[in-house]
Design a protein around this ligand. Structure first.
Ligand SMILES: Nc1ncnc2c1ncn2[C@@H]1O[C@H](COP(=O)(O)OP(=O)(O)OP(=O)(O)O)[C@@H](O)[C@H]1O
Ligand SMILES: [Mg+2]
Length: 209
């Protein structure tokens, strides 16, 4: 049986990177070949684009440029990494994917979500995850975890992390609206609790998918 394509989505600090790594470990222990990739990233070009969108610029990307940069990175990783891995029968776990575009640039920045879906389809050649794990946390938890990580790694907020309260609220609501519109693809998991319990719920969602 072939592998599945699973994306992890949700607000910053929701635990996407942590829990994607944990699921990869679980699947590998079952003998599966698993590829974990983060967005934007996963190929040299996409990592360069990641650097560009996080750069402190005098002229930061306007929203339309931001959309196209993220989509360019996604097109590259889909064509050169994700599709070939799925064709080999491997599992692919993606730390953010299309729903982040719909949530951030759509619900967050006000670009028409339907238009974003069409542009995104062009970039992904219509590739949609088999399962999307939405790790949901309230803004307070998100803020606290980001602050904690910044203290731990002595870094400061990047441009997107630094966006205001109202933006983060729209973002979370956007993710929840996306999940509500496609309940068969999404598993919404409360990620504010015990990490071991979150991992357990994720494994259960993967088994049921
Ligand atoms: N269920 C959990 N309970 C408590 N802490 C958690 C949980 N999941 C993750 N964390 C902690 O929260 C912080 C953020 O987690 P992580 O970096 O995985 O989030 P993320 O969703 O990948 O964030 P970003 O979008 O910024 O990449 C880390 O310090 C991590 O150890
Ligand atoms: Mg992360």
């Amino acid at each position: 049986m072939g592998g599945k394509f699973i994306s992890f989505e949700g607000p910053e600090g929701g635990g996407k990177s942590t829990h994607a790594a944990a699921l990869a470990e679980t699947l590998r222990a079952e003998g599966k070949t698993v590829l974990v990739t983060r967005e934007p990233g996963g190929t040299r070009l996409a990592e360069l684009i990641r650097g560009l969108v996080r750069e402190e610029l005098d002229d930061p990307p306007v929203t339309r440029a931001e959309v196209l940069l993220f989509l360019a990175a996604r097109a590259q990783v889909v064509a050169n990494v994700i599709k070939p891995a799925l064709a080999r029968g491997e599992w692919v776990l993606c730390d953010r994917f299309s729903d982040s575009t719909f949530a951030y640039q759509g619900y967050g920045r006000g670009i028409d979500v339907q238009l974003l879906k069409e542009l995104n389809d062009f970039a992904t050649e219509g590739l949609v995850p088999d399962l999307t794990i939405l790790l949901d946390v309230p803004p307070e938890v998100s803020r606290e975890r980001i602050a904690e990580r910044q203290r731990a790694t002595s870094t400061s907020a990047d441009r997107i992390e630094a966006a205001g309260e109202a933006f983060h609220k729209r973002l979370r609501e956007g993710f929840l609206a996306l999940a509500k519109a496609e309940p068969e693809r999404f598993a919404v998991i409360d990620s504010s609790g015990d990490p071991a319990e979150v991992d357990r719920m994720i494994r259960e969602a993967v088994r049921g998918s």
